[in-house]
Design a protein around this ligand. Structure first.
Ligand code: NDP
Length: 496
């Protein structure tokens, strides 16, 4: 695939723009649409339905009706599995189209959407399809005259609200376990990236997911998103996004029907490099990849690099060398390793953090500017700040862009203290050749994930989620199925 081929394909691409509600493709009841702007060139790619409370209500009613009549949850597990496998096959059939939609909506390089985003989403659907009849209940150790079963039942209607940084991948982290456990779903994609979620809704119908079971409703957060989270007939909001919206969702739940809320929020994840690390080249590669992959728009971005003082200068030099390949290019060019920032607003936000870091006294070691402005798109250079203090705004707030802060530390205790001195607790990492230190430090880090001598060692089999203000509830692994189910105890009393 060449850049020219991708440009030709993009010119002929049909963007899905209608909501998927109760098995039908529909516009918003109000007739309103919104501009889906492509960050690659800042141009409007298409119009998507601007759904609001009335559309959300229609989707929730359809989801509830589908749940109550059992058209999905009571299907034979073998049949459900077949449908989920079929969905995975259809996504594979349309992989190139999905990858192109994702790249154009979000600005990430086509090589990543083809090899990471879409395959990972497909893997989630298939993995939970395989798992759906492998998780079952218990028989409790009750006295002789009683037999008690502990069963897991689907919650009912799940509202999934997802962000724009990995649009289909995040959607499938929620849709796959929710479907596998027999729920009905109303999925609200982010306004910046509605296309692949809408396409997922269409493919699910083609695969045989019954109407009403997976509804996809595009719209804005404070209208469609809020209506979903305040709806009296939604049982769970499964969310990935900012802490600010996470807080609102908890309030909406409290002010409505006390629905459950699961939050996967942001991070300020530390990657700690000790002088005794065995391979400093690999560590430097991971430091650059950890912050510059996906333009730094990752909840678990390694945005704080903690380096033991004696090796800090030499290590920083290596990181800067490794950063060169993340210079942003055209997202449709298969050779690009980094692409555009998702929106003009997000780019300005990132540049605002760059300015603030300089004002607060950090020293700019690389990048710091908007580039490729002539394209009309939103591109920021890989940016590295040295001499960052952990109290600087850059070390405390989530930038969600390609900006790394380097902090020197003097010993292990200080490294752990600085790493944990944050309101977040999503991911963390350390590089050391000392096995005792690796165990010791990993147990002291307050985070949902610790990666030793590697970064982002993600796998569907390992739960993903955070401690502290990075949220609660887990995506991925069999544990993710817990949040989409309720435990029920059923006891039979009999004469022994
Ligand atoms: P948000 O948290 O605002 O958006 C995430 C999702 O929540 C979107 O679908 C959004 O809809 C929806 N939403 C927004 N407001 C509400 C609401 N009141 N009720 C219900 N749903 C709502 O993230 P942003 O896109 O604004 O990004 C801002 C910052 O958030 C980033 O700079 C980054 O720091 C962080 N972030 C973290 C992510 C993560 O993976 N942890 C992912 C994305 C952002 P819509 O977009 O349509 O408004």
């Amino acid at each position: 695939m060449t850049l020219q081929k991708n440009l030709d394909r993009a010119a002929n691409l049909k963007f899905p723009g209608q909501a998927v509600i109760d098995g039908k493709l529909v516009g918003a009841k109000s007739g309103k649409t919104f501009d889906n702007i492509g960050p690659r060139d800042g141009k409007v790619a298409n119009q998507a339905a601007a759904c609001e409370a009335a559309d959300i209500d229609a989707a929730v009613r359809a989801a509830r009706a589908a749940f109550e009549d059992g058209r999905w949850r009571n299907k034979h597990p073998r049949e459900k599995k077949k449908v989920m496998f079929r969905l995975a096959e259809l996504m594979e059939r349309d992989l190139e189209e999905l990858a192109l939609l994702e790249t154009l909506d979000m600005g990430k390089p086509i090589s990543d959407t083809r090899s990471v985003d879409i395959p990972t989403a497909i893997n989630s659907i298939r993995w939970y399809g395989e798992a759906l009849d492998k998780v079952y209940g218990e028989v409790a150790t009750t006295p002789a005259e009683r037999l008690s079963f502990v069963v897991r039942e689907p919650l009912g209607v799940v509202g999934a609200i997802v962000p724009w940084n990995f649009p289909l991948h995040m959607a499938c982290w929620k849709v796959a376990p929710a479907l596998a456990t027999g729920n009905s779903i109303v999925l609200k994609p982010a306004e910046q990236s509605p296309s692949t979620a809408l396409k997922l809704g269409e493919l699910a119908l083609e695969a045989g997911v019954p109407p009403g079971v997976l509804n996809v409703v595009p719209g804005f957060g404070d209208t469609a998103g809020q209506a979903l989270a305040r709806h009296m007939d939604v049982d769970l909001i499964a969310f990935t996004g900012s802490g600010e919206v996470g807080r609102k969702l908890m309030a909406y739940a409290g002010e409505s029907n006390l629905k459950r809320v699961a939050l996967e929020l942001g991070g300020k994840s530390p990657q700690i490099v000790f002088a005794d690390a065995e391979n400093l080249d690999e560590a430097a590669e991971a430091a650059a990849w950890g912050i510059f992959f996906n333009q730094g728009e990752i909840c678990n971005a390694a945005s704080r690099l903690l380096v033991e003082a004696p090796i800090k200068d030499a290590f920083l030099k290596k990181v800067i060398e490794k950063s060169a390949k993340y210079a942003p290019g055209d997202p449709l060019d298969p050779a690009s390793v980094a692409g555009a920032i998702v929106s003009e607003g997000q780019m300005q936000r990132v540049l605002g953090y760059v300015e603030k870091a300089q004002q607060e006294g950090a020293s700019l070691a690389l990048g710091g500017k908007r580039v490729r402005a002539e394209s009309g798109g939103y591109y920021v250079e890989p940016t590295v700040f040295d001499r960052v203090d952990n109290q600087h705004t850059l070390a405390r707030e989530e930038v969600f862009g390609p900006v790394l802060g380097v902090i020197a530390f003097k010993d292990e205790d200080e490294a752990v203290r600085v790493a944990n001195d944050t309101v977040y607790g999503l991911a963390s990492g350390l590089w050391t050749g000392n096995v005792s230190r690796a165990h010791r430090v990993s147990r002291k880090l307050r985070a949902g994930l610790v990666w030793i001598n590697g970064w982002d060692a993600c796998d569907i089999t390992v739960p993903f989620g955070g401690a502290k203000q990075s949220g609660f509830g887990r995506d991925r692994s069999l544990h993710a199925m817990e949040k989409y189910t309720e435990l029920k105890g059923i006891s039979i009393t009999y004469k022994p």
